[in-house]
Design a binder for this molecule. Sequence first.
Ligand code: DX5
Ligand code: ZN
Length: 219
Amino acid sequence: MIAPSILSADFARLGEEISAIAGEGDTRADWVHVDVMDGHFVPNLTIGLPVVQSLLKVTDVPLDCHLMIENPDRWAPGYAEAGAHNVTVHVEAAHDPVMIAKNLRAAGAKAGLSVKPDTRLEDHLDTLKHYDTLLVMSVEPGFGGQSFIPRVLDKVRTARRLVDTGHLTVLVEIDGGINADTIEQAAEAGVDCFVAGSAVYGAGDPGQAVAALRAQAAR
Ligand code: DX5
Ligand code: ZN
């Protein structure tokens, strides 16, 4: 699966930018990744619920909301209630991640848990049993266009093994620095869903970029 991040899109033309990856066949994105940042959990500020509500009206591509915010316990359920397909919170910010997952699922969304590059998976395995997706950050969250951190692939391999042996049932997603040079190693490590911002929206034709990444991931 390919999930283009609109963080690298033109915020004045978000509807059109999403249309560019909502065509048919290989050029169609599986999810649209929406990076919500609050200027506290990460040193950057982006968009929030009102923009997500507007996007939900103009696209039928499922929205994958990545909340890089403090107190997701308070704010995450609103994204699920609005109609986001998947809502991901950071384990480093969550006060009661099991309760968050329950609330997200009760509101009809998939529950996602994200780990920063230095956060150990082993410390959160019991929590992950309550989640549908695991978002492994392959850059420090906050900005698009950073370089991929290869050491996080160990975490991906661990997650893949736990899923394949039936100990976890999460979809494994990776976010940060995914492009033509890095997607194959991530695929080989066992990623199911690839977030790509600059590699999609920095390309002349975002739809073709989605198709190209998809082909590379499947190699
Ligand atoms: C970073 C965001 C990413 C970002 C990825 O904090 O979570 O989703 O948009 O951008 P690229 O693909 O350019 O690294
Ligand atoms: Zn993200």
